[in-house]
Design a protein around this ligand. Structure first.
Ligand SMILES: C[S@@+](CC[C@H](N)C(=O)[O-])C[C@H]1O[C@@H](n2cnc3c(N)ncnc32)[C@H](O)[C@@H]1O
Length: 223
């Protein structure tokens, strides 16, 4: 049974007993999501992009609780940036489970209310979460995901390689990187020799960035 557990920064995550792993770092779900995805991914992209004309597009592998989406959408709302967000999730959580995460503390009340109302519809197609934010969640395994679109930013948030090695092999990484725009940014919380090699072989520039608390380094790549 999936259970809510508290992490070291006081924010909650979910423990999946079948996988034997949490959805986020035990050192802090909130600080991991902010550091790895929002600051090192989205904010990094925005700082580099300067004035944006088109919406920012994000693809997330492993949508889970939606924490990365919520923090990203909240930032974009505050900065009045248009956001098109696509999550890939093979095993969507129930709305009730997401309702128990307590993530409403970290974002605006309107965003939380809209996310709750639109989460289930988002699993079948694109929905509007706010005037500047669109969300869709592809309910399929990563390797079955198909799109004609490429994205500015990819958040790669699979379970760790020790628990789900098939999410980190060359086929999975290659399938993911094909959806990154030239000039786009790929971020993930981990860094391994194999991941670096695979991402480099796909024509990306790879950088070891400082990791979230509990991890010395994370990987950021640019295509
Ligand atoms: C580390 S958790 C993601 C945490 C999530 N980003 C969040 O903030 O809650 C990994 C996610 O990958 C999903 N997953 C597992 N196998 C998958 C696959 N083959 N394709 C897509 N998603 C998968 C899991 O169900 C889980 O939600």
């Amino acid at each position: 049974m999936l259970t809510i557990v508290q992490t070291a920064d006081g924010s909650n995550t979910i423990y999946n007993p079948q996988v034997g792993e949490n959805y986020h770092s035990k050192h802090g779900a909130l600080q991991e999501s902010r550091h790895v995805f929002v600051n090192s991914g989205l904010q990094y992209f925005l700082d580099r992009a300067g004035n944006l004309e088109a919406p920012v597009s994000i693809l997330e592998v492993g949508f889970g609780t939606g924490l990365n989406f919520l923090l990203s959408a909240d930032l974009c709302d505050q900065k009045q940036i248009n956001l098109n967000y696509t999550g890939i999730e093979a095993y969507p959580l129930t709305k009730e489970m997401i309702g128990q995460t307590g993530y409403e503390q970290y974002i605006s009340a309107e965003l939380w209310q809209q996310f709750n109302a639109q989460y289930s519809p988002a699993l079948s197609g694109e929905v509007s979460i706010s005037p500047n934010c669109k969300l869709q969640i592809a309910n399929c395994p990563l390797l079955n995901f198909q799109s004609t679109q490429q994205y500015d930013i990819i958040y790669f948030d699979a379970f760790a390689v020790a628990y789900q090695p098939e999410m980190w092999d060359d086929a999975a990484i290659g399938h993911t990187i094909q959806y990154l725009k030239p000039g786009g940014v790929f971020v993930t919380y981990a860094i391994t020799g194999n991941l670096k090699r695979a991402v480099k072989a796909l024509g990306c520039k790879v950088e070891k960035a400082p990791g979230a608390p509990g991890k010395r380094e994370m990987l950021r790549a640019e295509r």
